[in-house]
Design a protein around this ligand. Structure first.
Ligand code: HEM
Length: 240
């Protein structure tokens, strides 16, 4: 949806030492949490910025690098796909610099990829433990499963994420927005994605093997801004 091709397609063609972007994103959000905690100890943040650990280089910096590389690569591919980038490239007004566009994709990739993946992993686990819910999902209760999945395992539940217009109003892209407004701009898109992937997944495939007895999703998930999830192993057999 962002760059007009499968997630990471271009990156995987490249050198071996590279990390999968999805892993980088999860590690980056964890690192952000660590840095937020570190801020309470005076001077430690400055020290860490100076003494960049290997882990920091592999996460915070790598994520920004990937966003930049994909941003620069996208205009070179020949696609008619209506991805996010095509709207940015076609936008009116002074053209955005690569750096500006990359910084948007830095946020979009961080916010959009792992949330949906987390939701799907959690819901798949819970559905595997609840056969009646799985059957109900096939009987037009897809939205109920999505809602309940979000309630049981909110993919991004941290309170510090809030984006609220400050008192005194503001103007965004020519629109006057009153102070206190809080809107999730991407809510419809996120619901569309969750419904579409769940429906296609369970319509086309049966879950035939699962390690759900070895893991306990509630016990083994660690909550930061996002979840560090236990390994979920499932084999999907295509329904003939
Ligand atoms: C289950 C799926 C998702 C959940 C639960 C979720 C949740 C959230 C939450 C709680 C916030 C903070 C907003 C606030 O309080 O003001 C947020 C921000 C955001 N989300 Fe999502 N999101 C999901 C999917 C997506 C998708 C698919 C995209 C885009 C492709 C996306 C893009 C964004 C962006 C751009 C922001 C703003 C980040 C910022 O202001 O720094 N999200 N999301």
């Amino acid at each position: 949806m962002s760059f007009g091709d499968s997630f990471e397609e271009r990156v995987e063609e490249q050198a071996e030492h590279r990390y999968h972007w999805a892993d980088v994103i999860v590690n980056t959000t964890y690192m952000n949490d660590v840095m937020r905690a570190v801020c309470v100890i005076p001077g430690l943040f400055t020290f860490l910025e100076w003494y960049k650990t290997e882990h920091m280089k592999k996460t915070l910096y790598r994520h920004a690098e990937y966003a930049t590389e994909h941003t620069e690569a996208r205009p070179k591919i020949n696609t008619k796909r209506k991805d996010f980038m095509c709207h940015i490239l076609a936008s009116k007004g002074p053209p955005a610099t690569n750096k500006e566009v990359a910084s948007h994709f830095n946020v979009i990739m961080m916010a959009g990829a792992v949330t949906i993946a987390t939701f799907l992993a959690g819901v798949t686990y819970y559905l595997s433990h609840n056969k009646s819910a799985l059957e109900l999902m096939g009987c037009e209760y897809l939205t109920a499963v999505v809602e309940e999945g979000l309630r049981m395992y909110p993919p991004a539940g941290a309170r510090h994420l809030s984006r609220i217009v400050s008192p005194g109003d503001c103007e965004i892209d020519g629109e006057w927005i009153p102070g206190g407004t809080r809107v999730l701009v991407h809510q419809c898109l996120a619901y569309l994605e969750m419904r579409m992937v769940l429906a296609k997944l369970f319509w086309h495939y049966d879950l035939v093997w699962f390690n759900s007895d070895e893991i306990d999703w509630d016990r083994d998930s660690k909550g930061y801004t996002l979840w560090e999830k236990p390994a979920l192993r499932a084999t999907l057999r295509r329904v003939e």
